[in-house]
Each structure stands twice: as structure tokens, then as C-alpha cells.
Design a protein around this ligand. Structure first.
Ligand code: ADP
Length: 430
């Protein structure tokens, strides 16, 4: 039955009952009593309807808190339909609240900044990434004009010109950002910011690396080409000069070889396809080998000593050999004749340490933090003289990173240097 039909049927049934009662009373007790009873019946019906209306009005004042009133006749249907509507509303509201919470959480986790502004650029909402990128604070800045908050001339120009088809690359608060404004819904606008500081830094490092590597390779190549040209133009060079040229060319060839080897080692150490394959490293055996090689390199010009009290560790033997050899080789190369070089392998509760101490030329403080950068040298000509590639300490740093270890450097110019490697206690093999 349709709601309308129910309503009218129940109303008519009630009126019909009153009319019937009136007719019956007229017949039984006379006209006056009959009409009086009819009038009273109508009044009761009217008061009942008013009381339902009043209950409905009370419920409408607090629809969520109050229980739905009980009804009779058509009111039952009205109340049950209102009840269904309320349940539907509550369900929609709950779904909407949940969806909003999820949306907020997703926006909070987003690495890109999102700012919603109204048509006159007043801040309506922004996520934490936007707060970080643009220095905003939603709690304090809500309702303020974004151009007053982001005080960057490039950004303000971008907004004033309104050429939003192309994103803006912006340097702001030591960060490099790509900002893009997207107009939406009734002249509101979304500002999206993407932080490219890190990728720019990596790009710059890559460019620097290529420039440095080309520069390093160009010098020996120029020397070799020069001698080859002389050999081609002067075929009757005396044998002594020719041999001297061949010796110099061989040296330059070896230099290029060392450089390429070191570059390949670095690339391998950084590559994700080259995971660490740890095994037990016999530290005494390894350090005795390194000592022998150090003595060979020194050719008796230095006093090299080894103290070995530390435990064996787990790690890649080849990588640890290469890192420790680099440190020891540097100590020999940067220590003048008759200098002393002490190698120590010591146990410690926070993990074993390898220390290389020399009394060589030393390094002044301003260079120390940069020594592990690729191709960084304190004195370029001295490093070339000592056949350095400028990549040794960068290799050490990468090997140690892969072994969760750290390099520490202490040095005083003209007094000497101390390079020590702190291995973690977890690396020790009992
Ligand atoms: P290089 O191949 O030039 O030696 P490294 O990366 O091994 O490159 O070292 C970087 C720079 O650190 C060297 O050029 C040198 O100036 C300085 N250095 C490294 N070890 C020592 C040391 N024991 N004493 C003095 N200077 C050192």
C-alpha cells in the first residue's frame, strides 16, 4: 500500500468511528448528547494529532540523541520512514567521516606538498609536506593570504602572471622546489610542491664526477698523445730519449689504469646488484699481509709497526682489505722518509678498532670533513706525485658504510694523522 493511501485510510477510519459513535449516541440518548459526544470525539482526535506533532517537533530538535517517538495509525508510517532516513543519514555520515580520515592520512603521508587556497589566495588547508616546503603552519596561517606567507619574489611573480600551464622551479629556504598551481572548482586553486633538492644534488654530483673523471683521464692521455706525436714526427730519436718517453708513457698508462680500476670499484660498491657477501675475516692474517705490502711500498723509508690484539670479524675480506690497504698506503705516501707508521687492531666493548697513525705531513682542519669526497685532494700536485687517484678515501667510506662502520680522522699539519675505523660490536666473530 502506498504511504499516501495508508495516511488517508487511517485518518478516514478514525473520523468514521467518531461519526458512527455520534450517530449511535443520537439514536440512543437524543440529538444533544449525540452531537456533544461527536464534538468530544473530534476534540480527542485533534488533541492526539497535536500530541504526535509535538513529539515529532521535539525529536526534530535533537534527532541524533532522542529515541524516535512511538506512533499510531499514519504516524507509525511517518515515524518509521523518518527512522529509516535517520539511519541512512548516520551511515552516510559515518562513511563520509571515515573517508575523510583516510584522505587526510593519505595527504599527510604524501611526500609532495598540497595547499588549497580560495579565489583570493587565502590559505584554506595544507598538508605537512607543504608546511615543510613552504614554511607554513596550518594552525597559525589558516585564512591568511599565501603570498604574504611565502615571501619569494619568483613565487609571487608566478601567481601574479597566472601562467599556470608550466610549473615554477623555485629556490626557497635552502631547498629546490617545483611548484605548480592548478585551478579547480569555482576559482579555488591547489598549489602542489615537489622537493627536488636531493635529486638535484645527485645530478650535480654525477655531473661533477663525470667532469672530474674526464679531467683526470685527459692529463695522462695528453701526455701519451704528445709522446706518440713526437715518435711519429721524429722517427730517428736516440734510444735513450725513446726509452725515457716509453717509461713516461707507461707511467701515465698505469695512472689511467688505477683511475679506471678505482672508478669501477666505487661503482660496484654503490650498486644494488652487488650485495655484500660476508665471510669470517682472519684479521691477523690480513693485517700481516697489509704490513708486508706496506713495507714493500715504503721500500725501507719508513718504520711500519703492527699491533694486533683484536678479534676476527664478519665482512667481505676483499672489501675490508681494499679499505684498510688504502688507509695504510696513504699513511706511507703522505709521510716523509724516516717517518713512523703504527697499525693497531684493538678490541673494545663498543666494537673493534683499526688505527693507522703516522707522523707525516698532516692535514689542516678545514679539509678533514671533505676528504672522503670523490677526487678531493688537499694538494693536487702532491697527490699526483704520490700516484693518488683521489678516490681512495671515497672507496674506504663506501666499504665502511656497507659494513656499518665509521671512519674517524684526527690530524695536525706537520705533526701527523690518525685514521681509525670503528667496527660495530655485532661484527665480531667469537
Ligand atoms: P689520493 O689518491 O689523492 O691519496 P685519497 O682519497 O686516498 O686520495 O685521499 C684524499 C686526500 O687526503 C689526499 O689527496 C691527501 O691530501 C689526504 N690524505 C689522505 N691520507 C693522508 C695522510 N695519512 N696524511 C696526510 N694527508 C692524507
Amino acid at each position: 500500500m502506498s504511504p499516501r493511501l495508508i495516511f488517508w485510510t487511517s485518518a478516514l477510519v478514525r473520523v468514521a468511528l467518531v461519526v458512527l459513535a455520534t450517530v449511535f449516541a443520537c439514536y440512543m440518548w437524543g440529538m444533544v448528547y449525540g452531537l456533544l459526544l461527536g464534538f468530544l470525539g473530534m476534540c480527542v482526535l485533534f488533541i492526539v494529532q497535536l500530541s504526535y506533532l509535538q513529539r515529532l517537533s521535539e525529536w526534530l530538535d535533537h534527532p541524533a540523541s532522542a529515541r524516535l517517538p512511538d506512533g499510531w495509525g499514519a504516524w507509525t508510517d511517518i515515524f518509521s520512514r523518518l527512522y529509516k532516513m535517520r539511519r541512512g543519514d548516520e551511515k552516510n555520515q559515518a562513511e563520509l567521516t571515515e573517508w575523510l580520515a583516510r584522505f587526510r592520512q593519505a595527504m599527510t603521508l604524501l611526500p609532495d606538498g598540497v595547499v588549497i587556497m580560495d579565489d583570493v589566495l587565502f590559505l584554506e588547508w595544507c598538508n605537512p609536506s607543504a608546511e615543510r616546503h613552504m614554511g607554513l603552519s596550518l594552525a597559525q596561517d589558516k585564512g591568511m593570504r599565501v603570498t604574504n606567507l611565502v615571501r619569494s619574489p619568483e613565487f609571487i611573480d608566478y601567481i601574479i602572471l597566472g601562467r599556470y600551464e608550466t610549473p615554477l622551479t623555485l629556490s626557497f629556504r635552502d631547498r629546490k622546489l617545483i611548484a605548480h598551481i592548478i585551478p579547480f572548482e569555482n576559482r579555488r586553486q591547489i598549489l602542489v610542491t615537489h622537493d627536488v633538492t636531493e635529486s638535484e644534488r645527485i645530478d650535480m654530483m654525477r655531473r661533477d664526477f663525470i667532469a672530474n673523471a674526464s679531467h683526470e683521464l685527459r692529463t695522462p692521455l695528453t701526455v701519451i698523445n704528445g709522446f706518440l706525436e713526437i715518435a711519429a714526427m721524429q722517427p730517428d730519436l736516440d734510444i735513450a730519449t725513446r726509452n725515457a718517453h716509453i717509461k713516461l708513457m707507461t707511467e701515465q698508462g698505469e695512472r689511467m689504469q688505477r683511475l679506471v680500476d678505482d672508478m669501477l670499484t666505487l661503482t660496484r660498491l654503490e650498486s644494488v646488484d652487488h650485495p655484500l657477501r660476508p665471510d669470517r675475516i682472519n684479521m691477523r692474517g690480513l693485517l700481516e699481509q697489509i704490513l708486508q705490502e706496506a713495507n714493500a711500498l715504503s721500500g725501507g723509508r719508513h718504520e711500519v709497526t703492527l699491533e694486533c690484539n683484536g678479534p676476527d670479524i664478519r665482512g667481505s675480506t676483499d672489501e675490508i682489505r681494499s679499505a684498510l690497504t688504502n688507509l695504510v698506503t696513504n699513511a706511507i705516501r703522505y709521510t716523509p722518509e724516516h717517518g713512523k707508521i703504527q697499525l693497531r687492531w684493538l678490541p673494545a666493548t663498543q666494537g673493534p678498532k683499526f688505527i693507522v697513525e703516522d707522523n707525516g705531513i698532516g692535514i689542516s682542519a678545514e679539509h678533514i670533513s671533505r676528504l672522503t669526497e670523490r677526487f678531493y685532494r688537499v694538494d693536487k700536485s702532491r697527490s699526483r706525485e704520490t700516484q693518488g687517484t683521489g678516490l681512495g678515501l671515497a672507496i674506504v667510506k663506501h666499504v665502511l658504510l656497507r659494513h656499518h662502520s665509521h671512519l674517524h680522522i684526527e690530524s695536525t699539519p706537520n705533526v701527523g694523522s690518525k685514521f681509525w675505523v670503528q667496527f660495530p660490536a655485532s661484527a665480531v666473530v667469537e
